[in-house]
Design a binder for this molecule. Structure first.
Ligand code: ASP
Ligand code: MG
Length: 456
């Protein structure tokens, strides 16, 4: 972990695996206590809990519902029971679990996104309560802070967007005074509240984003993201064991990686960090001594090729216009239909009479195909012939000055001769070159490219 001097303020975020159980929570507490500049801590729900809550919110048969509730209870009780004085906190956790049970029975749940968010928020509420208790038993005074007091969002439940002005003001009035008193603050990632006070969530994996938003509002000097991998790698080490850790990377490069599927950071995390030029450190709470990656606004000698990202489950839409030849406004119409259905386009290529595009699923809970409602397809079909293909994966090569370099095409595609490559996007961004491959080939494509571009 990078060293800091006095008068620095650090916000540290711990992901689900870092607060999964009693031992993980204690390791995370150790990290917090190693650096007195860490004064505010953002937590995810204990690993697995959010998935169980989401399943409850989606509606389960009674037996499954009971089984899910039991699993959540087990995860949280396993922590409670290791405390020296479990009684007080057990009562609070029981109250939370009762809420969860009650909400999961509510008949309105299936149709109410607001109730869903209310239900799902309990994961972070419980993990933070337990963490405060662990600190208390270690004689570290800390304060549980309900982030919903300051994390004002719009009411797009399930994927709410923060109101940064309101967040800034509320942080100054509600949180800053608590910090000024010297308290160590423990708060929730992922959750917020809209103007009427109803609970919202920022989208799956949103705790990173919370940490960055709070970091910006508090003008911290660094945002530390503790997860289960010691930093950002040239590609996913589970796909390519020879992947190397990147010690220093720029915001742009890391943002591209997050957007294109590198799971280390939530794609929106870097927005506030870039805006306010706050370095972000990524490390593993299981092995803090292993170091990590520092994301900041500049690195020395940025390499042409930096990393490879892989995003699975892509949906490709190909639209054939019957009268696109010399027509005007076809693309505009396509985009306005997609916009009306709240769909953001990801990659796109066009020819005179065809448009091929992939749907952006970042941050959403759905896969591409479930974004494709029949209403949307009907509307598009009235305009053109629509073809939908699934089982594709997106490979993104991230780098610097890619569109200005010579020979990139040969170097990349030369070794990919055995594979069917679709929808190549190259040139619009200096930071990436993207294409689709059949999902069954995706890992092999990444392995081949990595060997050629990063291992020799
Ligand atoms: N607990 C939430 C999720 O699993 C948020 C997070 O972990 O960042 O999506
Ligand atoms: Mg998580």
């Amino acid at each position: 972990m990078p060293t800091t001097t006095e008068n620095t303020l650090i916000i540290a975020k711990f992901g689900g695996t870092s607060v999964a159980d009693f031992d993980a929570m204690n390791r995370s507490a150790d990290i917090v206590l190693t650096d007195p500049n860490v004064r505010i801590v953002v937590l995810s729900a204990s690993a697995g809990v959010t998935n169980l809550l989401v399943a409850l919110a989606e509606g389960l048969a009674p037996a499954e519902r009971t089984a899910n509730l039991d699993k959540i209870r087990q995860i949280q009780y396993a922590i409670v029971n290791r405390l020296t004085h479990p009684d007080v906190i057990r009562e609070e956790i029981d109250r939370m679990l009762d809420n969860v049970a009650r909400l999961s029975e509510a008949t309105a749940l299936a149709t109410s996104n607001a109730l869903t968010d209310e239900l799902v928020s309990h994961g972070e509420l419980m993990s933070t309560l337990l963490f405060v208790e662990i600190l208390r038993e270690r004689n570290v005074p800390s304060e549980w802070f309900d982030v919903r007091k300051i994390m004002r969002t719009n009411d797009r439940f399930g994927r709410a967007e923060p109101d940064c002005d309101a967040l800034g003001e509320l942080t100054q009035s509600q949180l800053q005074p608590r910090l000024a008193q010297g308290n160590l603050i423990i708060t929730q990632g992922f959750i917020g509240s809209e103007a009427k006070g109803r609970t919202t969530t920022l989208g799956r994996g949103g705790s990173d984003y919370t940490a960055a938003l709070l970091g910006e509002a508090l003008r911290v000097n660094r945002i530390d993201i503790w997860t289960d991998v010691p930093g950002i790698y040239t590609t996913d080490p589970r796909v390519v064991p020879a992947a190397k850790r990147i010690d220093l990377i720029t915001f742009e490069e890391a943002a591209e990686m997050a957007t294109f599927g590198a799971k280390v950071l939530h794609p929106a995390t870097l927005l506030p960090a870039v805006r306010s030029d706050i370095p972000v450190f990524v490390g593993s709470s299981k092995d803090p001594a292993a170091g990590g990656t520092l994301v900041c606004n500049q690195t020395e000698n940025p390499p042409l090729f930096r990393a490879l990202a892989l995003r699975r489950k892509q949906t490709l839409l190909t639209l054939h216009s019957l009268n696109m030849l010399h027509a005007r406004g076809f693309l505009a119409e396509v985009f306005s239909i997609l916009a009306r259905h709240n769909i953001s386009v990801d990659l796109i290529t066009t020819s005179e009479v065809n448009v091929a595009l992939t749907l952006d699923t970042t941050g959403s809970t759905s896969t591409g195909d479930s974004l494709l409602s029949s209403a949307l397809l009907t509307e598009l079909s009235s305009l053109c012939r629509v073809e939908v293909e699934e089982n594709l994966s997106l490979v993104a090569l991230i780098g610097n000055q890619l569109s200005q370099a010579c020979g990139v095409g040969k170097e990349v595609f030369g070794v990919l001769e055995p594979f069917n490559i679709r929808l190549i996007c190259y040139g619009a961004s200096t930071h990436n070159l993207c294409f689709l491959v059949p999902s069954s080939d995706a890992e092999q494509v990444v392995q081949t490219l990595h060997r050629n571009l990063f291992e020799e």
